[in-house]
Write a protein that binds this ligand. Structure first.
Ligand SMILES: [Mn+2]
Length: 355
């Protein structure tokens, strides 16, 4: 599997007439070698040369673990810093990840090496998931949904957003999550108009709606679901918004098929919301690809000229955020299949009352 992925990258190296390619993001190093995925820290560099040699340079800190898990690659311990080590074998004309390499690293290489942007190529490679990747995402999604169900069971009066988030996260771990795909979102009442509302100590009050956006991570792969639930009887205007968002979301899911443009899908959601008069409150894109990163290509929004393809795993998550009324977002994860899509999400979209 890793060899095959490296081979695909070799085709790019050949096409662009490069001496090799430098991979600096942990996500792509994981994708190409299986080396342990450490998020956010810069501790490994992979160099793939045009003759097919792969070197993974790591610090002493990560050496043993990388040696034990990385495949199809020669693991090199950096004695004098990652970059110094890498400079010993990189060529003159080298592809690099312009979207993740940091500026100081770029500066230290640019004098001796011609650097050619290659992020898009790697992004495209990862868009199409193989069977094993789909399997992992599905398993991660099962964990997430089970945790959502159990976490909501624990809901009680006087609970704060943070306390509800703690229950949801506890159950994700309990059911096997290796970590979280992103920081849990729990946003209730007036805070539900913040699409990224991180939980705070605010108590969830009777009559409020709660947006919950969570995702478990399994063997490096992310999952993602959003539901909007209600504590007690909601106000009439939020019920209307809820119906509009569900209708928009389901219409998009029905329309998904290989070959349809991302912006076309986005438009379907927006047009339905316009019929209800809510389109101006749909303030983000419709969805995103998911995999090793929780947000990765293809990004489904009104500018997306790309078509969706078999093997894409994408979220469909329209939302309406109406100031002084409240917000609703519903998100499912789907796999694009031959002639349509398979919804990897089972959690109900019926009105859900907690407490
Ligand atoms: Mn999402």
């Amino acid at each position: 599997m890793y060899k095959e992925r490296q081979r695909i990258l070799l085709k790019y190296i050949e096409k662009e007439n490069l001496d090799g390619i430098l991979i600096s993001s942990n996500e792509n190093i994981f994708y190409l070698t299986g080396a342990p995925l450490v998020r956010g820290s810069f501790c490994k560099i992979l160099y793939l040369s045009k003759d097919g040699n792969a070197y993974l340079v790591v610090t002493a800190l990560d050496y043993q673990e990388t040696l034990d898990y990385a495949k199809e690659v020669e693991v090199v311990k950096a004695e004098n810093g990652l970059l110094e080590e890498v400079k010993r074998f990189i060529g003159r004309r080298v592809g690099f990840e312009e979207k993740s390499m940091n500026y100081s690293m770029y500066q230290s290489l640019i004098n001796s090496t011609e650097l050619i942007p290659a992020s898009n190529y790697l992004e495209r490679m990862r868009e199409r998931k193989d069977e094993k990747e789909v399997q992992l995402i599905m398993e991660a999604q099962k964990i997430t949904e089970k945790a959502l169900l159990e976490g909501l069971e624990k809901f009680s009066e006087n609970m704060s957003e943070i306390e509800l988030a703690a229950e949801l996260e506890y159950f994700m771990r309990k059911f096997g999550a290796e970590g979280y795909a992103f920081d849990t979102i729990v946003a209730s009442g007036y805070r539900s108009v913040y699409p990224h509302g991180s939980p705070i100590k605010k108590r969830i009050e009777v009559g409020e709606n709660i947006i919950i956006d969570i995702g478990a991570r399994l063997h490096g792969y992310c999952s993602n679901i959003t539901r909007t639930v209600f504590f007690g009887k909601p106000k009439k205007d939020i019920v209307e918004i809820y119906e509009a968002v569900v209708n928009a979301q389901e219409a998009v899911i029905k329309a998904i098929k290989p070959g349809i443009e991302g912006k076309e899908l986005d438009k379907i959601a927006r047009e339905i919301l316009r019929e209800y008069g809510y389109d101006e409150y749909f303030i983000h894109g419709l969805g995103h690809g998911i995999g090793i990163d929780v947000h990765e290509a293809p990004f489904i929004n009104r500018k997306c000229n790309r078509i969706v393809e078999i093997g894409n795993v994408i979220t469909i998550e329209p939302g309406v955020y109406m100031p002084r009324v409240g917000g609703v977002r519903i998100e499912d994860l789907v796999l694009v299949t031959n002639g349509g899509c398979k919804n990897l999400t089972e959690f109900t979209k019926e009105f859900y009352e907690v407490g």
